[in-house]
Design a protein around this ligand. Structure first.
Ligand code: HEC
Length: 150
C-alpha cells in the first residue's frame, strides 16, 4: 500500500467521487420528477383553469404574504390546505362560494387583525383561483402541514 496519497490517486478520488455523487444526484432528481408525476399529483385533472388560477396567484403576488405548501411568506395563513379547511372535500361548491365571499370582503378593517388587500378579481379569475386551490389541496404532501391550521 502506498505510504502517501499520490497525485494521480487524489485525482481519481476527485473525479470518481464527483461522478459517483453526480450520478446519485441525477438519479434522485429523476425519481423526484417521476414521483411527482405519478404519485403525489394527479396530472389527469391538471386543467387549463388550474393553470390560469396559478397565474392569478402569481400575478397578484399572493405569495408575498401567504405560503403554499410551505413555500412563501409567513404573514398570512398557509393556503395549500385552505380548500380542506373550508370543507371543499365534502362541499366543493360551498368552498368556492366561501372563497369568493372572502375575496370580496377584503380588507375587513377589523381592528387588531392583519389585513389582506382587495384584489378586484373577476368572476373568471375567482373560479380559476378556486380550481387552482382545489387541485393543490389534492397534492399528496406526505402529511404536510402537520396541522389543519397550516
Ligand atoms: C398583503 C398581504 C396579503 C396578500 C398579498 C394576500 N393576502 Fe390573503 N390574507 C392575508 C391575511 C393577513 C389574511 C388573514 C386575515 C384574517 O384572518 O383576518 C389572509 C387570508 C386569506 C385567506 C383565508 C385563509 C384562511 O385560512 O382563513 C385566503 C383564501 C386568502 N387570503 C387568499 C389570498 C389570495 C388568493 C391572494 C392573492 C390574490 C392573497 N390572499 C394575497 C394577507 C394577504
Amino acid at each position: 500500500m502506498a505510504e502517501a496519497l499520490t497525485k494521480s490517486a487524489a485525482r481519481n478520488v476527485f473525479y470518481g467521487g464527483s461522478f459517483f455523487f453526480f450520478a446519485i444526484f441525477v438519479g434522485l432528481t429523476t425519481h423526484s420528477h417521476y414521483y411527482m408525476n405519478t404519485s403525489s399529483t394527479d396530472v389527469s385533472t391538471l386543467s387549463d383553469s388550474v393553470a390560469r388560477g396559478k397565474h392569478v396567484w402569481e400575478k397578484n403576488s399572493c405569495i408575498n404574504c401567504h405560503s403554499i405548501l410551505g413555500e412563501g411568506a409567513y404573514f398570512a395563513p398557509e393556503l395549500g390546505n385552505v380548500w380542506d379547511r373550508w370543507g371543499g372535500k365534502e362541499d366543493p361548491a360551498g368552498a368556492r362560494e366561501t372563497l369568493k365571499a372572502w375575496m370580496a370582503a377584503q380588507p375587513t378593517g377589523i381592528e387588531g387583525r392583519r389585513q389582506m388587500p382587495q384584489f378586484n378579481l373577476t368572476d373568471q379569475e375567482l373560479n380559476d383561483l378556486a380550481d387552482f386551490l382545489e387541485w393543490t389541496s389534492r397534492i399528496k404532501t406526505q402529511n404536510w402541514p402537520p396541522n389543519k391550521a397550516g
